[in-house]
Design a protein around this ligand. Structure first.
Ligand code: CUA
Length: 351
C-alpha cells in the first residue's frame, strides 16, 4: 500500500515537473524576437517607478511562494501518517505565537508595498511638474489616436513625437467610448473616458520609438487601435515640430495635382483636415472627424498604425476600409482606378 502511494507521488512529481518546464517554455522569449509591448523595459522615470514597485512586490511574492511550498511539502511528506497509524501528529487548535506571526508578517509586507506606491502617487501629482512641461492632448476616437500640441499648434494622428529628458503631460479625452492609452515602455496605462480628462506625466530618458495600443475593449476594431510615440532628441523634436507647422504641399502637376482635386471633390474633405485646404481649424472633443492629413506622408503608418504607410497599403485602405479595420467610420468611396491612383499620389505627397 505504502509502496503504491510512494510511486503515485513520484509520478505526480515528475508530471508536475514536466508541466512546469512546458509552462516556462511557453512564456520564454524566442531568441531575437522583438517585443514592442514589453512592460519590463522601462524607458522613463514613470515606468522605472512602476518597475521598481513591480519587482519589489515580485521578490516578496517569490519569498512567500518558497515559504508556502516548503511548508506544503513538509506537511505532505513529514506529517503524512494516517489517523491511527504510528506517528500520528498531535491535533492543535490554538497557537498564540503562530497567529501573531501570521498577522504581523503580512502587515509588514503591506507596509513595504504601500509606502513606495504612495510615494509614487505623490511624486506624479500636478504640482510636481516643472514649468517647462510640454502638454500633449490625446483624443481617442474609434479607432485611432489624435495628438494635439497646444504649445505649437501641431496636430497629428497615431504617431506622437516628444523630446527626451523633458517632462511631458499627456492629457487625455475620448470623443466616443472608453478607451485605454497603454504605452508600456514610457507611460504605463490609463483609461481615456468621455467627459473626463485623465493624465499621464512622464520624462522619457531614451531616444527611440515606442509602441502603444488601446487596452480597453472599445468596439469592432479595438485591436486595430495602435500608436507609436517617438522620443526624439531636442533638436529632432524641434525640427519635427517646425516641419509639421509648415503649409502642406500644393502639387500643381502630375498625379498628385489630379489627386488634390479628387480629395476636394470626394467626401474626404468633409472629415479630414489638410490645413489651408479643408477641414477643421479648431479642436473639438465630440462629433465625428477623421485624422488630420496635412503631413500624412510624413507618418510611417496608417489606419490606426496597423499598416505601413506606402501606396499599396493606402490604396487597399481607401478601396475597402471595412476589410482593413472592421467597423471603421471611413466610408467606401467607390473611386475609379485612376481616381484612386491620383488620390494615393496626392496623399503620399503630403510629406
Ligand atoms: Cu480604443 Cu480599445
Amino acid at each position: 500500500m505504502m509502496a503504491a502511494l510512494k510511486s503515485n507521488r513520484g509520478s505526480a512529481a515528475i508530471l508536475g515537473a514536466i508541466a512546469w518546464v512546458l509552462a516556462c517554455a511557453g512564456c520564454a522569449p524566442a531568441p531575437g524576437e522583438h517585443y514592442p509591448l514589453d512592460t519590463l523595459s522601462p524607458k522613463s522615470d514613470l515606468t522605472r517607478t512602476f518597475n521598481d514597485i513591480f519587482w519589489r512586490i515580485t521578490w516578496i511574492d517569490i519569498l512567500i511562494l518558497i515559504v508556502v511550498i516548503v511548508a506544503f511539502f513538509l506537511a505532505l511528506f513529514v506529517f503524512s501518517s494516517r489517523v491511527g497509524e504510528p506517528g500520528e501528529p498531535s491535533h492543535k487548535h490554538h497557537d498564540l505565537w503562530l497567529e501573531m506571526a501570521w498577522t504581523i508578517i503580512p502587515s509588514i509586507i503591506v507596509v513595504f508595498i504601500t509606502v513606495p506606491t504612495v510615494q509614487a502617487i505623490i511624486r506624479t501629482q500636478p504640482d510636481k511638474w516643472p514649468p517647462d512641461t510640454l502638454e500633449v492632448r490625446v483624443i481617442a476616437h474609434q479607432w485611432w489616436w489624435e495628438f494635439r500640441y497646444p504649445e505649437s499648434g501641431v496636430v497629428t494622428a497615431d504617431e506622437a513625437h516628444i523630446p527626451v529628458h523633458r517632462t511631458i503631460h499627456f492629457s487625455m479625452v475620448s470623443r466616443d467610448v472608453i478607451h485605454s492609452f497603454f504605452m508600456p515602455a514610457i507611460g504605463g496605462k490609463r483609461d481615456v473616458v468621455p467627459g473626463q480628462t485623465n493624465s499621464i506625466t512622464l520624462n522619457a530618458d531614451a531616444v527611440g520609438q515606442y509602441w502603444g495600443q488601446c487596452t480597453e475593449f472599445c468596439g469592432d476594431s479595438h485591436a486595430n487601435m495602435r500608436f507609436r510615440v517617438f522620443v526624439d532628441s531636442p533638436e529632432d523634436f524641434a525640427a519635427w515640430t517646425k516641419h509639421q507647422l509648415e503649409d502642406p504641399v500644393k502639387p500643381d502637376e502630375g498625379l498628385a495635382a489630379a489627386g488634390a482635386k479628387v480629395f476636394a471633390d470626394a467626401p474626404c474633405a468633409i472629415c479630414h483636415t489638410v490645413r489651408g485646404v479643408s477641414g477643421f481649424s479648431k479642436e473639438y472633443t465630440y462629433g465625428f472627424r477623421g485624422p488630420d492629413l496635412t503631413h500624412f506622408g510624413s507618418r510611417g503608418t496608417i489606419a490606426g498604425a496597423i499598416l505601413d504607410n506606402n501606396p499599396a497599403n493606402l490604396a487597399r485602405w481607401i478601396t475597402n476600409p471595412a476589410e482593413v479595420k472592421p467597423g471603421a467610420n471611413m466610408p467606401t468611396l467607390g473611386l475609379s482606378g485612376q481616381e484612386l491612383n491620383d488620390l494615393v499620389a496626392y496623399l503620399e505627397s503630403l510629406k
